[in-house]
Ligand binder design. Structure first.
Ligand code: HEC
Length: 114
């Protein structure tokens, strides 16, 4: 696939992350700001959780009080349900788990470019 940001020399990690994104994320998280079953992830890195305007389907992230830094993203992607419980909440509608740490690192590198 072509990378969404022209003029950036993509590291191998970002290229790998784009692949993981295509395979595991894009069906719920569109890159063109259209809403699918999940919110758009443009600019999500280091942003407050649960704040994409117009995304009505937040089940676990309403009034979230954390931001998506590296550590939170790792834990969320490894196991969204466990992460949400660790935040004292009951459930989330995101079910996908990225078991491989390498995949998580790669996709986070990719998210940083969005
Ligand atoms: C089956 C659909 C689905 C897939 C596949 C999916 N997600 Fe999600 N994702 C969601 C939903 C739904 C939410 C909102 C969760 C909530 O509010 O409980 C979400 C929320 C998120 C958020 C928080 C967004 C915000 O605005 O705070 C991030 C980050 C995220 N997903 C990353 C990913 C990544 C990276 C992948 C691929 C590895 C992925 N998701 C795959 C459905 C999905």
């Amino acid at each position: 696939m072509t990378l969404p940001v022209a003029g950036i020399t993509a590291s191998a990690d970002v290229v790998e992350g784009a692949k993981v994104y295509q395979e595991r994320c894009v069906r719920c998280h569109a890159l063109d700001n259209r809403e699918k079953s999940g919110p758009t992830l443009r600019g999500v890195f280091n942003s407050p959780a649960g704040t994409v305007a117009g995304f009505e389907d937040y089940k676990g992230l309403h009034d979230a009080d954390w931001s998506w830094d590296e550590a939170n993203l790792h834990n969320w992607l490894a196991n969204p349900k466990l992460f949400i419980k660790s935040k004292g909440r009951k459930k989330t509608s995101m079910r996908v788990k990225l078991k491989s740490e390498a995949d998580r690192s790669a996709v986070i590198s990719f998210l940083k470019t969005l």
